[in-house]
Design a protein around this ligand. Sequence first.
Ligand SMILES: [Zn+2]
Length: 863
Amino acid sequence: MFISSVLFAQKEWLNLDRFAFEPGLSVNKTIPTPASFLGYELGEQSTYYSSIENYIKELSITSDRVKLVTYGKTYENRSLYLLVFSSPENLSNLESIRINHLKLMNSNDSQAKEIIERDPIFLSLSYNIHGNETSTSEAALQVAYRLAAATDEATNKLLQNSVIQLYVCINPDGRERYIQWYNSVKRKQLATSKNDLEHYEPAPNGRSNHYWFDVNRDWSWGIHPETRELTKEYQKWMPQIHVDHHEQGYNSNYFTMPGTTPRNKILPPSYEAWSDTFGRANIDAFNKNDISYFTREAFDFFYPGYGSSYPSIMGAIAMLTEQGGIAGGRAIETEDGTILTLRQRIWDHYTTSVQALFTGVKHKKELLKYSYDSWQPSKSLSAIKTYFLSPTDMYTPDVMKILQHHGVKFEQSKEAFTVNTAFDYISNAPQKKIFPKGTIILSCNQAQHLLINSVMDKSLEIEDSVMYDMAIWALPLAYNLNAYYTKEILSIPTEPISVTSTVHKIASNAYAYIMDWKQRNAPAALAHLWKLGYRVRSASKPFQIENNSFSPGSLIILAGANIDNKVNLESDLQKISKEHNVSIYSVLTGRSTEGLDLGSSKNRPVQQPKVALMVDAPFNMQTAGQIWFLFDEEVGLPVDRIRTSVLLQSAMPKFGERYGYADLNDYDVLILPGGGNNLKYIFEKDAFSQLQDWVNRGGILIALENAVEFFTQDRSKFTQVKWSEIPNDTSLMAKTVSFDKREDYFGKKRIPGSALMSQIDISNPLAFGMEPTLHTLKQDLSSFLPANGLQTVGTYHTDVSKLLTGGYAPKEALKHLSGKSFAGIMPMGSGKVVFLLDNTQFRMFWRGPSRMIQNAVMLLKQF
Ligand SMILES: [Zn+2]
């Protein structure tokens, strides 16, 4: 007796009476509850991913209402799971139900009517894409238990009339990173003080995936397995509703639908009313149980990379729920003096999950009809009918791959054709344009028209509002494509895309081999050549040889320089050509018909650099993650990731635990991803002069984004580069704007992430392989000015009226930026300082500028 009352006292803080999961529900007693299986009440501890796996496997064994699907693996080799629930009868027939359901996408009205009358609705819920939003997956376990165990009439009907998809934990690598850390610092006495260690997770935190990416920006691009495998699985089910479960700061009350502006205006207009219906079902439950909440004032679903927007452009009602709780541990005192427990967070998400399922099945026929209508291109609210891509642009295959992943079909024109009113992505005026044979045709006359227009159209209507995220993501801008579109209905003779291999037969006994640097994967091929020990030169100017033209930067592999490895050269190049899909030409002479001869010493020998990338505060972990990913996953070049406290022997501020120091002299290239004003604390006194010495002796210092400002004349005087001060708004309006309008007024003074037309000096090694014009992604108002000795490589267009090519930017900001610089090189002694002010690979999908960082790291030291 004594022991059990002590246990009760220990668990009192869980408030199990108030936060019991539907205590009156009749259940099948043979199905284990999460609490009985785990040995603790949900909310009492944080559940390891391995325990989550064990429990859902147990459910799939003990219940005939659930099918367990493994749909992928993470970078850290954890399995990704989907639980599919339905009645045992439906499950025994699941494959044919699923296939019939997918027919709704491409059926006619009478077939659709039959499917809508007869078939179950598909309902989808997902959890924990942000790994440290812990209550979400814990709630998913209780939802899974309920669906497997409840025996009441309403649940039986729910299961008979629906197929439910539960993505239990989308980002297990992030979750486990958080849980391992949290459990390792957990106090025995409940840590309700917000100041305790339990509430301060170190970087890199569990929100992100292995490469420190926020994968809840990646649903539409599918760069990472967490989203790529998920959206592949998602398309096997094509649900009518999808709710993505999140957490926000612990002081915020529960957010439920609907959200705020801007809205994707090509979605069916009834989307808003449906999201309101589901939100109100949650509110009903919360009103009865005294749960605090809010709606409408925050969260928009405009950017298509969220779990709460991607399903909408795939024909579902996509929704978001946000529980207060990030960093809340098991319990925390919030700003209004109440204790928010993990148990409550779980209970709230459990409650809304159950509401969503019952609301969905209640409106089964209307929601199936909603999806059917969404998939009809004839009902499209977009005026655009067709997009045209050039097969020769560097990143066209990337864009095609993204869209094909979501089921989109492309064709190719059989002959040249004329479009009377074609639009490009730069001007807004229609033009008559003749397109060559082989042009890639992307027709909107397919079920995925909402997705196509949402990721291709650059003029999605933006309401007069402040953005939560970036304002433009149109793929032709992000990938710098020479693309067009038309609103005309055309009939172009087309054929299926022919996959032409760029792989050439590599001739043996050539004098030299040449690889054009304009190819998408030329950097990966170079890294591969280095790995095999080959000596490679990079052309400093364009040249022509044996009737082929090559761009600056092109790689030259002279047989004579590799005489010690000549026996393997031919087969290795064949392998490299195939693996990286690059053309390699062989020539029998070194004498060029135009330009420098191959053996000119102006064609620079490029050796594998030793590269250091700063990570840790104050550097930008997202940008650092992108650079890590780019070189580790894509290029295949080793990059050392150095903690701030490990850099620069003897000159560093003494903090953090160290087992040694990094010596800058071991490196050729140092990358500083952001860091802003805080760089002055990192590079003070001795560290500053050590860094100067290192550059003077030949180091390549690459300052990214807001690291640039520190290295200007106006801040640290490290270089002569002049910083362009951002003008203050001194207008009377700015001074007198009323309190309630301030957020809106100053919000609209910013650039939230827009495309700016820029000019690139492609003769500079920093821009080798690029096009002379570039849509750069601008996320603030920063820029620098020409200076003596500065090689300006990237300049914002000098004509203000042509500067903004997508998104939103206030006029004054465009006027301020026009003609100023965002990319350049300042030589210093034998070394160089490289300035790259705008992100060069944002979320790995804004790829147009990314050759600049590859050149800076791989080529620049020798030029
Ligand atoms: Zn989240």
